[in-house]
Design a protein around this ligand. Structure first.
Ligand code: NDP
Length: 253
């Protein structure tokens, strides 16, 4: 079997598993953070969990760049920079800045996410630097790249700002939850997820690729149900929670 055939099987398996995961997550909220509960097996340190489970996003992409046959093209390198802009923060900065004491996450969550980021890193990286035939300098002037990169950067800004607002709700070492305010929290309960979904939608457009669309859909399948759970949790937990705030998409739901 050629690598192209294997790649295609993996990609379609990845897409089908996102389609299957979305309805499951509408009924079963992933048991980490505020939704942590017993009965999900052994727990590990959450900071370690975040670094380990996100690392393949950086390492698999770099490996695909190193071994790629079309790596040294300006368009591909620009896309690599967008990817790293997000993932260096998510993997090696964000986990150490989180506040809330030494909280735990189920090993099962870290292992599932590790599998996901390994497959996704391979699918995105192999496409970018080999199977696409390469993204040359002319891609930088293509409207799909320009619009996609602009949406990615906008989403990245929203995600960073929202993560920072959440982080600053707690003083170092403090635990517990408060009502977040400011930024897009004025309109929705999960602007960090909204920003993340915009980012990977921008990535799908900027790469104009099926693996890009697959990742954007996976992000939505993961985060839209969680945004709904968080929104419900806020309303049940805080009697004074703003009633005009939606869950994920300003003005819609
Ligand atoms: P959350 O919004 O649940 O939590 C983010 C951080 O803020 C945690 O440290 C959390 O503490 C803290 N926090 C959240 N709400 C409050 C509050 N009301 N008061 C005080 N502290 C609060 O986000 P996730 O942990 O689910 O995700 C983190 C990042 O990872 C996000 O930017 C998200 O977009 C991204 N992500 C991306 C995925 C993808 O598929 N691409 C999948 C999952 C996450 P605690 O941990 O104690 O709850």
């Amino acid at each position: 079997m050629t690598e192209e055939t294997l790649y295609r099987i993996l990609l379609w398996g990845f897409i089908l598993s996102a389609v299957g995961t979305l309805p499951i997550l509408l009924f079963i909220t992933a048991p980490y953070g505020r939704h942590t509960r017993k009965g999900w097996g052994p727990q590990i340190n959450a900071t370690v969990g975040w670094v380990v489970m996100e690392s393949p996003s950086v390492l698999a992409m770099l490996a695909c760049f190193v071994v790629g046959s079309q790596s040294w093209n300006a368009g591909g390198i620009a896309l690599l920079c967008l990817w790293m802009l997000h993932y260096v923060n998510r993997t090696y900065v964000f986990p150490f800045r989180r506040r809330g004491g030494s909280n735990k996450m189920p090993l099962f969550i870290a292992a599932s996410a590790f599998t996901f980021t390994s497959i996704n890193g391979y699918l995105q990286g192999r496409h970018l630097f080999t199977l696409s035939g390469g993204y040359g300098a002319e891609w930088l002037l293509d409207p799909r790249f320009i619009c996609g990169a602009a949406l990615f950067l906008f989403g990245w800004g929203v995600n960073l700002q929202s993560d920072a607002i959440l982080r600053n709700l707690r003083k170092p070492g403090e635990k517990g939850y408060k009502i977040p305010t400011g930024g897009l929290f004025r309109y929705i309960s999960a602007p960090n997820y909204f920003g993340e979904i915009l980012e990977w939608t921008g990535w799908a457009i900027a790469t104009w690729s099926l693996p890009g669309v697959a990742f954007a859909f996976w992000t939505f399948a993961n985060l839209a149900p969680r945004a709904l759970s968080n929104h419900r949790w806020y309303r049940e937990t805080f009697p004074d929670y703003p009633t005009n705030r939606k869950a994920l998409i300003p003005g819609l739901f």
